[in-house]
Design a protein around this ligand. Structure first.
Ligand SMILES: [Zn+2]
Length: 386
């Protein structure tokens, strides 16, 4: 196997197996070949942990991926058209023998601008800072001893705009510091680590996470006080009924509970802390934050779901039922992702609240993700028909 591909699989599996680092199909990785001609990158829509020699990646011509951000024609297109064009261009840049239908990560053109090995994750520890009002200042202090200070990237719509913004910030950083940044914190999004070798990149990820965690409140590891099976059954039945009533759809219902969930539900402000979307991924994978349910009443929950739909929002897929636990609505495949996103979210919210307050996506940013996602999805369907 090619060394760059072997490195890609190693960094992807090692980081992808930890749900505090990345949840569901989120995050992406890439490794450029030694001759500088190609870049191996995670394929869109697959999980990092599932990458193998055969699936989960694409190989791109680096030159073509780099040119996307500088393309004047693309820069002038309206957002929806632009993002589709970028997807096409990245697909054109692919040069490999991959037989399965898979697009390169939508952030491929962004990776092209960074060092040889790139690891992009959504760690809850980095998120606690990236989603906190005082997060940036705290990070500057925390990483003061670093030879190369982390680069802070203000929130930018994902896709083309983010790649362009990062390309610009990296160029400026390089002028100022004489080399490219190794650590990038993306506001309301996540972490990028980049290094000349796979081992160095992995070690840097671990060090960043350790440093972030050193200042954060960790959730309770011990088992929670047990909840009676009757209470659990009643809550699951209630959410099932509310979901059908509110959305007109049938779904499967799942139940999760642990020390972290118990601890969060005991917070005085738990309900208030669940307002607003933290990151694009929370919106994409769990349709926004969990709905806080003080008392399980199917009719009133259904009303809240209908209200979300009427406002053009995605309706909740996760429900934190006070005193009972987390109830998730979705397929068997999606439910564990929803659980991991909720655990990530309550960790971030608890800690960000202690750092000046929780930063969430505004209405426009949320709408962009919803449109972008549906366009990307339509594209996927169209591709499947070809
Ligand atoms: Zn991301």
């Amino acid at each position: 196997m090619n060394q760059a591909l072997a490195d890609l699989i190693k960094i992807s599996r090692e980081t992808g197996a930890d749900p505090t680092l990345v949840q569901g199909g989120g995050g992406n990785t890439s490794v450029k070949t030694a001759d500088g001609k190609y870049m191996y990158i995670k394929a869109s829509g697959t999980a990092l942990k599932d990458m193998s020699e055969k699936v989960g990646w694409r190989r791109l011509r680096l030159e073509t991926a780099l040119s996307v951000v500088k393309d004047k024609e693309i820069a002038q297109m309206p957002p929806q058209k632009r993002e589709l064009k970028v997807v096409d261009r990245l697909l054109e840049a692919c040069d490999d023998n991959v037989k399965v239908e898979a697009r390169p990560s939508v952030e491929a053109h962004l990776h092209a601008w960074l060092d040889k090995c790139v690891i992009h994750l959504h760690p809850s520890s980095a998120g606690a800072f990236a989603n906190a009002r005082n997060g940036r200042a705290k990070l500057e202090k925390l990483f003061k001893a670093e030879k190369l200070p982390p680069l802070w990237v203000p929130y930018t719509d994902p896709g083309y705009m983010l790649a362009k913004r990062i390309a610009g910030l990296v160029e400026r950083y390089q002028k100022e510091h004489g080399s490219r940044p190794a650590i990038l914190f993306l506001e309301k999004h996540g972490l990028f680590v980049t290094a000349p070798a796979a081992g160095t990149a992995l070690r840097l990820v671990r060090r960043v996470i350790r440093l972030c965690n050193s200042k954060l409140k960790q959730p309770k590891k011990a088992k929670p006080k047990p909840v009676s099976p009757e209470k659990i059954d009643a809550a699951m039945a209630c959410i099932d009924q509310a979901y059908t009533l509110g959305t007109g759809e049938k779904t499967d219902i799942w139940y999760y509970y642990n020390g972290a969930i118990e601890e969060f539900m005991l917070l005085k402000d738990a309900g208030k802390m669940l307002v607003g979307c933290l990151t694009p991924d929370e919106l994409v994978y769990s349709s926004g934050p969990a709905m806080w349910v003080e008392k399980c009443d199917a009719r009133s929950i259904a009303k809240r779901l209908k209200k979300q739909i009427a406002a053009g929002k995605k309706h909740s897929a996760a429900f934190l039922v006070k005193g009972v636990g987390l109830v998730a609505a979705g397929t068997e495949k999606m439910a564990p992702t929803i659980r991991d996103i909720v655990l990530y979210s309550i960790f971030i919210r608890t800690n960000a609240a202690r750092m000046g307050g929780i930063l969430t996506l505004n209405k426009r940013q949320e709408e962009f993700i919803n449109n972008w996602e549906s366009e990307a999805f339509r594209k996927k369907l169209a591709d499947g028909k070809r």
